[in-house]
Write a protein that binds this ligand. Structure first.
Ligand SMILES: Cc1ncc(COP(=O)(O)O)c(C=O)c1O
Length: 485
């Protein structure tokens, strides 16, 4: 028998008052970050928060209010505050609040998307959202897809589907003979090399195409493919990137698509970052040619500003996804052989899975695709504005013109001209700036040089915050050069 006390505790936690404890935490986080109250990264300089939570497993429970207080004190207080307009770090959004609140509905219902009988409305919502996304990608009837944990999984799934086409019995027998090659740009995300490793192809069988302007030089692709043909190597897929991780720039999908069509090669588009531009009449042209892809990875949890996790894999022919996972599971999947299964689990890497599609659906219901496009365009416009501001400042130089919401630039500390020293100073400047609590940015290496990198994914960020960024970096830079050696 369940002890009365425990039953009462579970019942009490189901009430509106209990839920309000957590709603209050979130609303107050939104309110404080909105008012720009407090540092962007409260743990700056004390990144390792593990000691805070290093304690014995609780033997007995606490009142929910005490637990909520601990969440505030021991979790929220030490977390990076992405909702702060000065957070300009990695490609993770300050999520749209309507989607944040939806999370509790998804969790409360806990209908798993593995099979339709477990999640009738979840399956319907996911199918609908996927249909909308396929429509924007220019995929017609027969297309389909499924939500994923993110771009990494989506690209893995796409390459699994390409492997099934390359060698239809690979699922059972593994790759026979010399493994096929995957071709991608030199700045492509590590998802591709990782998939090559995971799929048993070997990372040495990823060949890269040189870049032009930090994206694949499409004119160099035929040469790479010719070289592989001369070596008698077969190509399993060419991966184009729509929204490069480092710079947010877009490969020429039309040119790459034409080359792939001519040679009968599978084109996968890693649009994890950039495919959301399809929502935007202003930016959709960046993805011209995407309809030629066999598969597309697209993360709504990036430029559609949704909370993690909401990724998606789209296939021009949905049957390619079923072929990727040749799985029988009579205890779960009940579809008839030869007919389309309504169970999304047959097309997914995952089994039990949240109805994350609901977040995408709610965001679309709340803002419409035009609203999401305007939010998307705002973040891209900020990057353009920052580029202009940098052009007007003596101590900064931009590495590229932004094609989306990402910009890489370098701090030039006046009287230092030695490039390796400037590299080191940029690295230290980022650390110092982030530790100051003024803001939060990232850095990367481009063309062998250390650069600062900003990703704008908060619709509450405005021009004045970009000025504050450059002022903050200038101030921290001045202090940095004064630091004792
Ligand atoms: C181009 C690209 N592909 C794939 C990924 C991986 O996406 P996720 O982190 O959602 O798995 C990223 C992440 O930044 C990315 O920029």
């Amino acid at each position: 028998m369940l002890p009365d006390e425990l039953r009462a505790a579970v019942d009490a936690d189901r009430t509106r008052e209990a839920g309000a404890l957590f709603v209050d935490l979130v609303a107050s986080y939104f309110q404080r970050t909105g008012a720009e109250d407090g540092p962007v990264s409260p743990t700056a300089g004390h990144l390792d928060q593990r000691p805070r939570l290093d304690e014995a497993m609780p033997e007995r429970g606490l009142p929910l209010a005490d637990v909520a207080a601990r969440v505030e004190r021991d979790f929220i207080a030490g977390a990076n505050r992405l909702a702060h307009p000065m957070y300009m770090g990695h490609q993770v959004a300050a999520p749209l609040p309507a989607a944040v609140w939806t999370e509790s509905v998804i969790a409360a219902l806990n209908n798993s998307i593995a099979v339709m009988e477990m999640s009738p409305t979840g399956t319907a919502v996911e199918e609908q959202v996927i249909r909308w996304m396929c429509g924007l990608a220019g995929f017609g009837s027969g297309s389909g897809g499924t939500l994923t944990s993110g771009g990494l999984e989506a690209t893995h799934t796409a390459l699994l589907a390409a492997r099934a086409e390359f060698q239809p019995d690979a699922w059972k027998r593994g790759i026979i003979g010399t493994p096929p090659v995957i071709v991608c740009g030199e700045h492509a995300h590590y998802a591709i090399a990782r998939a090559a490793g995971e799929l048993g192809l070997g990372t040495e069988n990823v060949r890269t195409v040189p870049s032009d302007g930090w994206k694949m030089d499409a004119s160099a692709l035929p040469r790479v493919l010719d070289t592989l043909a001369a070596e008698k190597r077969r190509v399993m897929a060419v991966v184009a990137t729509a929204g490069h991780t480092a710079t947010g720039s877009f490969d020429d999908l039309a040119a790459i698509g034409t080359e792939c069509e001519t040679r009968g090669v599978w084109m996968h588009v890693d649009g994890a970052h950039g495919a959301s531009a399809l929502c935007s009449p202003r930016h959709a042209h960046r993805l011209r040619g995407i309809e030629r892809a066999r598969t597309v990875a697209w993360d709504p949890h990036k430029m559609m500003l949704l909370p993690l996790a909401a990724g998606a894999i789209l296939a021009r022919d949905e049957r390619d996804l079923s072929a990727a996972f040749e799985q029988q599971a009579p205890y779960l999947f009940h579809g008839e052989a030869g007919t389309r299964s309504p169970d999304q689990g047959t097309r997914s890497f995952m089994c039990s899975r949240r109805a994350d599609a609901l977040k995408v659906w709610v965001a679309l219901q709340r803002y419409g695709v035009s609203g999401l496009a305007a939010l998307h365009d705002h973040t891209c416009a900020l990057a353009t504005t920052l580029h202009q501001m940098i052009g007007a400042r003596r101590n900064f130089v931009a590495l590229h013109e932004p094609e989306s919401n990402i910009l890489c630039f370098r701090w030039l500390p006046g009287d230092v001209h030695d490039e390796p020293t400037i590299d080191w100073l940029n690295l230290r400047l980022r650390e110092r700036y982030n530790a100051s609590g003024r803001g939060w940015i990232t850095s990367t290496v481009l063309g062998g040089r250390r650069v600062l990198r900003v990703t704008l994914m908060n619709v509450r960020t405005e021009e004045r915050h970009l000025e504050a960024l450059l002022d903050g970096l200038t101030a921290e830079g001045a202090a940095l050069v004064e630091e004792p050696a």
